[in-house]
Design a protein around this ligand. Structure first.
Ligand code: SF4
Length: 386
């Protein structure tokens, strides 16, 4: 059977409805992590999941969801996620062919957990593998071994999930070319359906940033660019299609939830720190555990803020156009060549990027040819609109 074209895969997602559920609990906080997470608060798991179920059950019913993403934090660190899926099912429905993803850490995984989560309805597991090199795993503060990654992936396959994905991090200062190529080889060797590769970044407020501020070596952007290219070449050669700046999949295993977000589709959001997009409004929940629990238990909403973007139901606002380009250009298939894209190409900034071979018009689409420069392309586009 012919592989589905990436353009079709990307554009179909605009019509999906997603649901994001945030599970913030982690065994310990990794030094580079700036997500909305807590550790040492496991005593609140039951209370938190009840609050999430309550938030879901009191949300405005929309329609059956096409993609659920239970992310974190470390969802595999807690039990009771079947109740969360049940609440979504009861309130909104879940489409028969929905993708239902769970983020997991390899050290939490077991065959029993795989069977239970598959029975609860999860169809996809995304593991925070990060590296197969024990020295890099240690530097990143991870608590699993390389062998645990392989055992977890094998267990997921045996339990009959549709897809399994590995997240990998490259470009830490102690990593070598050999270490990164070894990680890529071992990752491909266990044959996941999907692989995400992210450059290590130093985010403000993290332990890593404190260390770097005190003189520890920071990641080197040029080295990271070279490691990115190593990944692209190796994974492409192994039959993975890059469909977004950092994401590769066997055809048919692209992450539907993420594609929905990049296509400016709609998604609900539940849990602390969760972000959603509905009816032309982007919104986010409070980022602190106690504030979230307090709001939901008082029958209040847990929103920290919202922003009108426009774009729903054909009602396009300027913000929607800009966001559509910035999100859409992350995809290998780019964006449709409409008036906004065409005017960027006519603008001197767009023209310079075409001449430099960074962007191009191809088959009625505007695409980024050098994915590492996507942020620069987007900044240039936004500047051309001001
Ligand atoms: S396990 Fe994941 S979410 Fe938790 S602290 Fe580490 S990187 Fe952050």
């Amino acid at each position: 059977m012919a592989e589905p074209a990436l353009v079709d895969v990307a554009e179909r997602a605009a019509g999906y409805l997603g649901a994001y559920v945030h599970i913030p609990f982690c065994e310990a906080i990794c030094p580079y992590c700036d997500f909305a997470v807590v550790s040492g608060r496991d005593g609140e798991v039951v209370r938190y999941l009840s609050a999430v179920v309550k938030e879901i059950s009191s949300s405005e019913p929309i329609r059956p969801v096409d993609a659920v993403f239970v992310g974190g934090g470390t969802p595999s660190h807690v039990t009771g996620l079947a109740d969360v899926l049940d609440a979504i099912r009861k309130r909104h429905g879940i489409a028969r062919d929905a993708e239902i993803t769970l983020e997991a850490n390899p050290e939490d995984w077991s065959d029993d957990k795989a069977v239970d989560l598959r029975a609860a309805g999860f169809t996809r597991v995304s593991f925070g593998a990060q590296s197969y090199d024990p020295i890099v795993l240690d530097y990143l503060g991870r608590r699993h071994t390389a062998d645990q990654i392989d055992l977890a992936v094998t267990s997921v396959k045996r339990a009959g999930f549709n897809s399994v994905s590995l997240d990998l991090i490259f470009g830490s200062p102690i990593e070598s070319d050999r270490s990164w190529s070894g990680t890529l080889e071992r990752a491909v060797g266990i044959d996941p359906d999907h692989i995400s590769t992210y450059a290590l970044t130093v985010e403000r407020g993290t332990e890593l940033s404190r260390l770097v501020n005190r003189g520890a070596t920071a990641p080197d952007a040029d080295v990271q660019a070279q490691r990115y290219e190593m990944a692209e070449e190796y994974l492409g050669g192994a039959g993975y299609r890059r469909y977004e700046v950092s994401n590769y999949a066997r055809p048919g295993h692209e992450c539907r939830y993420n594609l929905t977000a990049w296509a400016q589709g709609e998604y609900m959001a539940f849990g602390m720190g969760a972000h959603g997009h509905l009816g032309g409004v982007r919104f986010r929940n409070v980022r602190k555990l106690d504030a979230y629990l307090d709001a939901i238990e008082r029958d209040a909403i847990a929103r920290a803020g919202e922003e009108w973007i426009g774009g729903a139901n054909g009602d396009r606002a300027d913000g929607s156009d800009e966001e559509r380009v910035v999100l859409g250009l992350r995809r290998t298939s780019g964006i449709a060549m409409d008036d906004v894209a065409a005017s960027f190409l006519r603008h001197p900034a767009g023209g310079r990027l075409v001449e430099a071979g960074v962007i191009a018009a191809r088959n009625g689409r505007l695409v980024v040819l050098k994915p590492l420069l996507t942020d620069e392309v987007c900044a240039s586009f936004l500047a051309s609109r001001s």
